[in-house]
Each structure stands twice: as structure tokens, then as C-alpha cells.
Ligand binder design. Sequence first.
Ligand SMILES: NC(=O)c1ccc[n+]([C@@H]2O[C@H](COP(=O)([O-])OP(=O)(O)OC[C@H]3O[C@@H](n4cnc5c(N)ncnc54)[C@H](OP(=O)(O)O)[C@@H]3O)[C@@H](O)[C@H]2O)c1
Length: 298
Amino acid sequence: MLTQRMPETLSIVGAGRVGRALGRRLHELGWRVGAVTTRSITTARAAVRAIGAGHPADRLTRRVLASEVVLIATPDRAIGDVAANLADFGGHEWRGKVVLHTSGALDSSVLAPLASVGAATGSIHPMQTFGSQGPPELAGRVFGIDGSPAALKVARKMSRQMGGVAVRLSGTNKAAYHAAGSFACSHVLTLMEAATRLLMAQGFTRRQAVRALLPLTRQTLDNFERIGPRAAWTGPMTRGDFSTLQRHSDALADFPREYLDAYKALSRLTAVVLSGNSSAALQKLDRIFGPRQQGRKK
Ligand SMILES: NC(=O)c1ccc[n+]([C@@H]2O[C@H](COP(=O)([O-])OP(=O)(O)OC[C@H]3O[C@@H](n4cnc5c(N)ncnc54)[C@H](OP(=O)(O)O)[C@@H]3O)[C@@H](O)[C@H]2O)c1
């Protein structure tokens, strides 16, 4: 059987944290990098330096069409316009090319203008946080992918080459996939900072607070991985000690109201995802916190 040659030329539109990190890694892995487009020539040049290859551009040009694969790593709000612009000037020259974006919340349908002129469209979203501290580890990370068969093939190849694991997103609501990442990443950070501030209000220095809390979190995450969520679950609710929850709730009333709101919401979520009898636990929580607001329910 003949093996179909996979494209290995890449243009990048939007080269900030994600575009630079993926571009650099793919370049190291042998991909030839063509146009690297951002909104200013200064950032485009900086991106080319960070990637180690490419031609800087401060606007979309036909040079993008010289690559077999285009990676769009602009902020989510710009992806639709970029796709429409690319489709306008490339027209049917897009036939046979692959365009992937890196958004976690948007699926490949945002690239519809390019699909309509013949490009294979998809998305490749690394479940990883890209901050300002330089490119993070990609090996071992999950890449959520969606799109047409040809786009999925390229997304799988990229993920595999970077040492990651591609998972095809089959749900109908990709934003829910992305919300999972928010729970596990930025919301964990929010909770750590809120817990730190609570301890500081009790006289801890920041350093002491972090020292007190981090081992607790690390141990809990380690237990979650090793023995699973139910066995890792500790705290007053596991003991049916709802009077302690009442005391927590009373104490949190002295802090900005978001602390208590979050505590109530998280306790209810705990009842739903960890308790063996969630409706009984929710009823007890309602007695302490008052009735829930009606939400949308599937
Ligand atoms: N950061 C994360 O942890 C993370 C993780 C996974 C996925 N993602 C996704 O990856 C994408 C990029 O995120 P990011 O964090 O890398 O963003 P970022 O650091 O803000 O970089 C965005 C890049 O897009 C460029 N840009 C903005 N509008 C553009 C336009 N209309 N045309 C061309 N280039 C444009 C910017 O150029 P200038 O520098 O010239 O403004 C910049 O180079 C988003 O879809 C995001 O949801 C992010």
C-alpha cells in the first residue's frame, strides 16, 4: 500500500504564546515554516526569532498559500475574520490545503469560509497552559482535535510528533470541553489564591499560607490520580458533618461575597460529583445555604 505523503510546510497566522511554542517545536521536528503573520512587524519578527524560522509579516499575504498547512493561533475573536480574509484572497487555491486553528472553545466550523473554497479545516487544541514563562512541555499532553478527515490526519500527525496524545472531540459542544480545562487550570489557581488570602486574614504570611496549602493540594491531586475521586475525597461532607459547613459559611460572610458564593456553589458541585447520595446531600445543603437558583438542566 502506498503511504500518502503528509504535508510538512507550515504558515502561522497569530504567533503569540501558542503560535510560537507550536511553531518552534514543529520547526525543530522538521516542518518548514513559511509566513509568520501577526498584527505588527515587530511582533512578527520576534515570533520568527522565537520559532527559529519563517518570514515575518504584519498582514495576510499570498505567501501563506505557499504552505500546505496553515495554523491559525490568533485570539478566538479574530479566527472567523482571518478565515474569511484568507478565503477571499486564496479562493480555490485553498483546495487540498489544511487549515487548523488552536482554540479550545471554538470548533472547526469557525473556518467555514475556508472549507467552502476547498480547504480541509480543523482544530488542534493543546490541553496545556501557555504563559509568559517560555514554551511549556508538550510531550505527554492531550491535544483535542476536530475537523474533516484530512485535517484530522494532519492534527494527529502534529500531536504525535510533538509527543502528545490526540483525542478526537466527538461532543456537540466544544466549549464544554474547554470549560473542563478552565476548572482544572484557572479555577484551581483562583481557589488556591482565595485559600491563601483566607489564611493571610488569619495572620499567616503569604509564604506560610502557600507552604500550608500546597502540600494539601498536591496530596489531593496525587490521591485523585492514584485512587480515584471518591477515595481521595475528604473533609466534613464525607463525614456528614453539615454543622461544620454551616460554620464555614458563617465565617465567610465576613469576606467579599464571592467567597461565600463560591463556597456554596462548590459544596453543591461536590454533592453532585462526589457524594454517593447527591440528592440527600443537596437537600441538606439547601437547609444551610437556602434554596438553589433554578438553572438550565439537561
Ligand atoms: N494561552 C493558552 O494557554 C492557550 C492554550 C491553548 C490554546 N490557546 C488558544 O490559542 C489561541 C492563541 O492564544 P495565545 O494565548 O497564543 O494568544 P496571544 O499570546 O495573545 O497571541 C495572539 C497572536 O495573534 C496575533 N493576532 C491577533 N489578531 C490577529 C489578526 N487579526 N491577524 C493576525 N494575527 C493576529 C497577535 O499579534 P500581535 O502580537 O501583533 O498582537 C499574537 O501574535 C487562542 O485561540 C487560544 O484560545 C491558548
